[in-house]
Structures are given as C-alpha cells and as structure tokens.
Design a protein around this ligand. Structure first.
Ligand SMILES: [Zn+2]
Ligand SMILES: [Zn+2]
Length: 376
C-alpha cells in the first residue's frame, strides 16, 4: 500500500513535469501552470537569458583600437573602428610631423572625425598638420576659441575645406563604425579654456573609453550634475594627471578599470601628480603612462580591452605598489599626530617633528597609524 502510494506520487510528479515542459514549448504565454510546477517553469527563462547574453556584442569582422600617441606633455589619440579613423587632439605644434607620419603609417587617407578638445597649444598644436594632409569629414571643437597660431591655422584650414566646425552639446552622439560616441561636456562656456574641454565617451560593445581633455574639477562637477552614465572601461586622465582634475566624485562615477595618462617625461608641471596617482590607486585602476610606456595601444573585442605599449612589450601595470613605490624602504612618522607617511606624501610633518621608520611594522609597533592621503 505504501509502495503503491509512492509509485502514484512519482507518476504524478513525472506527468506534471512532462506537462509543464510541453506546455511551455507549445504555448508559453497562455498556459496556466499549476502552482506546484512553478519552480520548473523558471528553467526555460534562465536558458533564454543565457542565450541572449552570449550573443556577440559587436558585428563579426568588426575591430576597434585606440592609439594613445606619445606626444610628450600633450594629448593625441587615434581611434580606429571598422576602417574609420578619428583623431582626438594632435599634440603640440612641434608634433606636427610626428602626427603626420603616425597617421601615414596607419594607412590613414581620410579622417571620419577630428576632435579638438580645447584651444590650448598642447592639444590643437598638431591638428593643422592633419587638416592639411588628410581628407576629413567632421570636426568638433568647443565654442570657446583662442587666438594662438595653432588654433587659427587649424580653424582657417577647416573653413577653407568647406567644413563647418560643430560645437557639441551634452547628450549629442554619433555613430563611428560599430561604436557610438557620446558627448558630455563642456556643459557651460567659460574663459577658463581647460574647462571648455570636450568630454566624450566611445562605447564599443561592452567596453567604453572616456576622453576628458584638460577638464578640471569645475567641469567634472557640471557633468556629474547632468546625471549621465559616465562608467567607462578606460579613462584618459584629465589634464595630464594635474591635481585639480580626476576628482574623487568624477572618478567614482567613471570607475575605470584602466587609465591612460598622456604626459611628458620630467615635465615642468610635475604631472602626473601624486594626488591623482594615489586616487587612481585607491580606485584600483591599472595605469599606463606615455612617459613610461611610449605609444599605448588599447584593443577591444567588445568585451575585453588589452594593452600593448611601445616601451614594454608585455602589457604592464605601472601603478606603483607599496613595494616599488617606496624603494628606500623608509617611512616618515609625525611625532605629534602619530601618523606615518610615504616620503613622497604631500602632508609630511616639519623636519623637527619627523621620525624615520624602516618598515610599516616598526611604525605600527610604535603606535603610529597610516596617513589617510598616501595610504602607506
Ligand atoms: Zn589645456
Ligand atoms: Zn593639456
């Protein structure tokens, strides 16, 4: 009797399961599923989700890469997507021949788009060379101009070719091959040229690349106030790593996995600043720098980004870690505040208040705690 009951129960379960699967495949929308089969009904929905997430994000045969060209203390990047070329800034005027030969080497004949992030020499400088030597279709620049030779020759040559310079508004976008370019800034015009920088993001599949020109905290805040989705896989760090750019609130919205800093070796501005490098470390960002890596090429397959650098054949993480950051193995304590710092920290105590430790352990064992700025 007991066995018979179990057998009937088993048959009922099998019957209801079979019924459930056939009803879902035949008529998923209209069938009323009995209560006790609801958990089974979840199964096909999950399968559908898996299928849709494994669909290719980008078309077959499509390609995407960005060359962050080493132009010293300046900016220049060549974006290549499905045979289309976009040049974002052109370095200093003395980089003109470098820009020309770089583009020629990449077999550029026509630029789909030229972006002048803002009218400072170290961004617009080499653009006239591109405008003189290559065909181009679209030109974006901020409304605010600058009466310097490089900007004037850039502007005049664009006009001469019968092309109108477009001033993008936040939220404007265009298709670039199978990627999309969206503008976020400048939000307002200002006499401070850095804060007129064009800020844009290029999205290719699930990967995205943010460019911020020399935008500083004021423009970053204006953009944050607009509530755009600023998340990006790679951030081209604003203003060559200057301390007044890449503020924590902006960085936390972008939340990049990688950052590229376009900066000259031993430049007079001491860029990139330790402030920005430590913010990037805090956000666990892998940093590439043109002063250390030379030309940096980021390739995307729509899901992942891989880096190739000129000076390091292997993709390298150049973010200083506590070990290589502090090569002397020394830490500086503040006798008064009982905090200890890296020797490069900006908030070191006056010399008469300093005490030197050879290890973190030594500092901690003497009752010192780590500085909140340099995080030793
Ligand atoms: Zn600038
Ligand atoms: Zn600059």
């Amino acid at each position: 009797m007991k066995h018979l009951k179990q057998l009937i129960l088993l048959l009922l379960i099998i019957f209801s399961l079979t019924g459930c699967y056939s009803s879902v495949s035949e008529n998923p929308m209209n069938d009323v599923i009995p209560d006790d089969t609801v958990s089974q009904e979840v199964q096909p929905t999950e399968d559908t989700e898996e299928i849709s997430s494994s669909e290719p994000e980008v078309p077959n045969g499509s390609s995407f890469e960005i060359h962050y060209i080493d132009v010293g203390q300046a900016d220049a990047a060549l974006v290549v997507c499905d045979g289309n070329y976009m040049l974002i800034d052109g370095g200093n005027p003395e980089d003109s021949s470098l820009i020309y030969s770089y583009l020629t080497k990449q077999n550029v004949e026509k630029l789909h788009t030229i972006v002048c992030s803002h009218a400072h020499d170290d961004h617009v400088g080499g653009l006239p060379a591109a405008v003189y030597n290559f065909k181009f279709e679209n030109v974006y620049a901020p409304e605010r101009e600058n009466d310097i030779d490089a900007y004037n020759s850039f502007k005049n040559k664009v006009i001469e070719k019968g092309i109108t310079i477009k001033n993008p508004k936040p939220g404007d976008s265009f298709d670039f091959g199978s990627s999309t370019v969206e503008f976020y800034g400048p939000v307002y015009d200002t006499t401070d040229l850095n804060n007129t920088s064009i800020v844009l993001k290029i999205t290719y599949g699930e990967t995205s690349f943010m460019f911020t020109g020399d935008a500083e905290r004021e423009e970053e805040q204006d953009i944050l106030n607009k509530n755009f989705d600023l998340s990006a896989t790679v951030l081209k760090v604003g203003h060559h790593g200057g301390a007044t750019s890449t503020t924590y609130p902006f960085l936390h919205e972008v939340m990049p996995k990688y950052a590229v800093i376009s900066v000259g070796k031993n430049n007079q501005y001491h860029h990139p600043t330790e402030d920005v490098l430590s913010r990037l470390r805090d956000a666990d960002v892998t940093v590439y720098r043109t002063d250390l890596n030379g030309d940096i090429i980021a390739k995307s397959d729509g899901k992942n980004v891989t880096f190739t650098t000129k000076k390091n054949e292997q993709p390298t993480v150049v973010t200083p870690t506590p070990n290589n950051y502090n090569s002397q193995g020394s830490y500086i304590g503040n006798k008064k505040s009982k905090k200890f710092h890296y020797p490069t920290c900006h908030s070191l105590p006056a010399e008469h208040n300093q005490v030197i430790f050879s290890s973190r352990e030594e500092a901690i064992s003497q009752g010192f705690s780590s500085c909140g700025n340099c995080h030793p």
